[in-house]
Design a protein around this ligand. Sequence first.
Ligand code: NAI
Ligand code: MG
Length: 397
Amino acid sequence: MTKRTIVTLPGDGIGKVVLNQAIRVLDAAGFEADYVHGDIGWEFWCKEGDPFPLRTQKLLEQHKIGLFGAITSKPKDKAELELAPELKEKGVVYYSPIVSMRQKYDLDICLRPIKTFKGNPLNFIRRGFGGVIEEPLVECMIFRQNTECLYSGVEWTNPPDQVYDALMTHKKFRDNFTWCPRPELAVSARIFTKKYTGRILKAAFEYAKAHGFDTVTVCEKPNVIRETSGMMLKLAQEMAKNEYQGIRIQNTNIDAQMMWLTKNPETYHVIVAGNMFGDIVSDGFAGLIGGLGFACSANIGPDIAVFEPTHGSAPKYADFNPSIVNPIAMILSAVMMLEHIGENAIATKIGKAVADVVEEGKVKTYDMMKLPGTPDAISKGAASTSQMADAIIAKLI
Ligand code: NAI
Ligand code: MG
């Protein structure tokens, strides 16, 4: 087996904490790799005016696989304020490094698996017929287009003349928005292209085919957002008709989907959505299986792939010593990385160890005990972040 080189991108806050624990688990499971550290995140924005420095980009370009913790992002004006004095008024603008990374390397396929762990005290339960309590088994792969939509970064406050003139060519704009003084107007472009919409749909269809699912749910809002959501739905219907006969397209609107996810989540197995609605629906589904402490993801491009928990840097927990956050989302993201590079035996081993620890129920982080996220969670019986990783390591073999 050739030894892999993995670029570790801890980022900010709890990103650093959980990534370290994931690497301990990877080591203990026998994954042989060299880890090279990549600077990324808020610190590098403040010091260098670039949260995703070129040297980190080079590492990813060289080694192709990244394991990412989380970064802190702040609104534009706050970002500007925290810049080193010598960088202020140099025209540098803050962009989220993970969003930039997805765009730069075409990491357009985002996979967000949502799978119930048996025995997880955070599992969603509902009242069924006759008042019985049901705990539906959720098993759904969410395909989120990762580079377009409202995350394109194409946006303006006080749009320049050419943009304003272009907007004025649209009747809806002329009829409804000309009352607004231009400096008070903000516009974010929701961009979908046929190529990338087709790619995320294809990924979803291929997954459905490989796993024997007969339905792909397109979760957008084509009745209102007719051009972009409409493009995705139409393309999905064409693909189902021409290339994936036997797989049915189910069309749900994001708003209704958020209601249905608590009514019948077990009926969804493959969901595909644009960037914004994919983000929303995947966090919503994550709530059914334990929340952000359990939600892992993969960002996959033609050449490079980066694996990350879907949670952020949770700044309020960043300085806890010992740390109390749940490392499982990060560890499961590492499992997705192993599957991607073909280390299936080690992936299965770690996945099983996590499932065993959760089912056994002896070791639980504060979120699994439904405790407030305060430092005294540990004295109330919650496991620390490293104790959870220890328990998972103890179950390996
Ligand atoms: P967040 O995901 O950091 O935290 C939200 C809440 O979820 C936390 O307060 C905590 O209650 C819970 N939580 C998150 N991770 C957990 C874990 N591992 N174990 C247990 N509980 C956990 O989202 P928030 O507060 O909206 O954003 C904080 C920062 O993170 C912001 O600067 C935001 O921009 C950034 N962010 C970064 C992301 C990324 O790096 N991909 C994704 C989402 C947010
Ligand atoms: Mg999110």
